[in-house]
Ligand binder design. Sequence first.
Ligand SMILES: *Cc1c(COP(=O)(O)O)cnc(C)c1O
Length: 454
Amino acid sequence: MAIAENRSRSEWQELDRQHYLHPFTDHKDLGEKKSRIITHADGVYIYDAEGNKILDGMSGLWCVNAGYGRDELVDAATRQLQELPYYNSFFQCAHPPSIELSRILGEVTQPHFSRVFYTGSGSESIDTMLRMVWRYWDLLDQPDRKLIIGRKNAYHGSTVAGASLGGMAPMHKQGGYLGNIEHIDQPYWFGSDRSMSPDEFGIHAAKALQRKIEEVGADKVAAFVGEPIQGAGGVIIPPDTYWPEIQRICDEHGILLITDEVICGFGRLGDWFGADYFGVKSDLMTFAKGVTSGYLPLGGVMVGDRVSDVLIDKGGEFYHGFTYSGHPASCAVAIENVQILQREKLLGRVRDDIGPYLQKKWATLAEHPIVGETRMVGLMGALELVKDSDSLERFDESDGAGTICRDLLVNNGLVMRAVGDTIVTAPPLTLSHAEADELIEKAWKCLDLTQKAI
Ligand SMILES: *Cc1c(COP(=O)(O)O)cnc(C)c1O
């Protein structure tokens, strides 16, 4: 019997209130309200305990790339749990699923990525990446290279390293205490004064890295880290000029370039990784979320030859790893998930079919009187709520436009997220044309309702 059939909705809500501290939640506030209990899902839809069918325009948390209800993924997990539910990769052991996944990841990444280090999540991948970067420079006898440069409004997870490296001010106050980290401005054209063209602005934003390096001294800088497109920060799509200039600056100073691919990886942009989409060659890529389409937890770091050659040639133990590094069931699901992306040609679908289809419709939302800008790459997009689409004047913070819109959306059967007054979407890559139409219709309706409500 499914667990959901045990109790009524109100029983679940009461037990939730009594026992469950949720992530990223004001616990006092939630205690006074009631959670929405999600009981099952299929395709691109989730269902709540009231029986509402809701189009999941967020793929869970940017992760259910292959959609819900995939028996192939369930079977892959079941088979592996029966065969070998757990064994570690410490002490010179390994098992077929983690080895096979490593080979496959070597195939779908750029040629210089031949090795991978596994973790259980995106945050652990970020911690791993930091420790690996520091070890790399230590092994090269350049221990002064400790500084990692990230960006304001970046999201890199929620452990101490993730909270520190990310650029979220409220998180810094609650645990972003790690040293050797600096943040430069983000490439957010709509958030700028828009006096430059987007292409000029892209170069200008990248030059912030150059200035930071000159300020602290290149021999102190270990790495630059960025999400190819910032996800949780509000789907900040950099101008085309940005990433090539970042690459040039990193190369010029010999600094490691790291792309955090936790959202952009595994097809979200119509390529395997965001680095492929933007045509950059990074030295390390952190991944998680879409690698298993969220069916089981898994994360990792793709390690380019520049770094892995040093780790291997210089030797000495890297004192780092997790009990669940390369968990066999998670790796089995990831293998099947990559094969689904390949078998169903989902990357090509995002690039040439559903991507352009949704992008075109999404752009029509810009005609709404409270929308200042729309943007979308692959199946990852945002729209900016404004008081007036001519002057682009923003709503007052106290209006709570984003939150109002998000709540209206979910109550009308569509999940999208609000980041301030930016509404973001990232639906499963399996979204059909009819479902894309439904997403746009519901979005338009809720923009109307938002306008009336403020
Ligand atoms: C979600 C996310 C993380 C953190 O992943 P968790 O699995 O939640 O720890 C890190 N980086 C990016 C870009 C993310 O979107």
